[in-house]
Design a protein around this ligand. Structure first.
Ligand SMILES: [Zn+2]
Length: 340
């Protein structure tokens, strides 16, 4: 019997050495300690032995059992630890591995320019107002102090939908709508698409964008106009930028001016960008003509205001060094992606 016990323990040790999983160790446990296990059988057969032998064998069997149980527990802990490690290895995430590239879109340089100008004026309390691309001839010309015989109404100037409707040639068409709709005083930007009968070339496109700027209130002066635009120029083209206002003429403003900015490329010394003059023409502006305010139902004794119209493409082309306006409309991703 003693021999049998030793042999059984040796066998169990051997098997435990080979065990690679918890299922293996459980199988060995059942083989030894299960209902029909080897040790269980030995203990059961002890009943027939004389008392002295029974006692000696009982002690030996308990010793073997204790040793086996300890070995079993150690092995079980070992395979459990190994399994855990293997799991960690399998599920390991390499945080240094480069991720999958996500294709980000990019805002069109025209949209970027509009956003930038809107952002600048938002910080000065301006709101955004929008008018329709197709507007009445009245809103587009008559109400803006361009009577029927005015050169600006030349049939070739814009696209006529019918006698009374046009594709707006300027965002100024929305001025009358704003005057009739908005409570006074107000400061708005009116960005949008405009249309003119132009043959496309490096600087002309039949479709283009403008941002109209419009302020109406009490005691609004040319000084307010100049200050606002000077601030915009410095934010758009850099803090060193200087501005210059030249007298001009527009039917809807009086007095009217064109604003130049000091060349942001050469700082005013003269270069190809500014054609050697040191200055770059940016926009037209002026104090809103009383006739326009009257058309919009504004009390001209109480209120004054100013209006500005700037070409988005012109600003984008200057800012980003684009030398042909047609690049902006070709939707060539190689061009657009440069503005990320
Ligand atoms: Zn220059």
């Amino acid at each position: 019997m003693q021999e049998k016990l030793s042999k059984m323990l040796e066998e169990a040790k051997e098997q435990l050495n080979k065990a690679a999983s918890l299922a293996d160790t459980e199988e060995i446990r059942v083989k030894v300690l299960g209902k029909k296990g080897q040790l269980t059988e030995i203990l059961r057969s002890m009943g027939k032995l004389p008392p002295e032998e029974k006692k000696a064998l009982g002690m030996a069997a308990n010793k073997v059992k204790a040793e086996f149980e300890q070995l079993l527990a150690e092995k079980a802990a070992e395979v459990k630890a190994k399994a855990k490690e293997a799991k960690f290895k399998a599920e390991k995430i390499d945080v240094t591995e480069p991720g999958k590239e996500i294709a980000y879109g990019v805002k069109h340089p025209i949209t970027q320019t509009i956003d930038e100008v809107v952002e600048i004026f938002k910080s000065m309390g301006y709101a955004v107002y929008e008018g329709p691309d197709v507007d009445t001839v009245y809103n587009t010309f008559d109400a803006l102090n361009s009577p029927e015989n005015h050169p600006a109404r030349d049939m070739t100037d814009t696209f006529y939908i019918n006698e009374d409707m046009v594709l707006r040639p300027h965002t100024s068409s929305a001025e009358i709508r704003a005057e009739l709709e908005l409570p006074l005083p107000y400061k708005v930007l009116i960005p949008g698409r405009c249309y003119r009968v132009d043959t496309p070339d490096a600087t002309h496109s039949p479709t283009f964008h403008q941002i109209e700027m419009m302020v109406i209130g009490e005691d609004i002066t040319m000084g307010d106009l100049k200050g606002s635009l000077d601030h915009m120029a410095k934010r758009l083209f850099g803090p060193e930028t200087r501005t210059k206002f030249r007298p001009s003429h527009f039917p809807f403003t009086e007095p009217s001016a064109e604003m130049d900015v000091s060349c942001f490329k050469c700082g005013g010394k003269g270069c190809p960008v500014c054609k050697g003059s040191g200055w770059i023409e940016i926009l037209g502006c002026g104090m809103t003509h009383p006739h326009v305010h009257q058309a919009g139902g504004i009390d001209i004794e109480k209120y004054t205001g100013f209006a500005v119209g700037m070409g988005v493409e012109r600003i984008a082309m200057l800012k980003y060094g684009i030398d042909d306006i047609r690049f902006l409309y070709e939707n060539d991703m190689r061009f657009i992606e440069q503005f990320k």
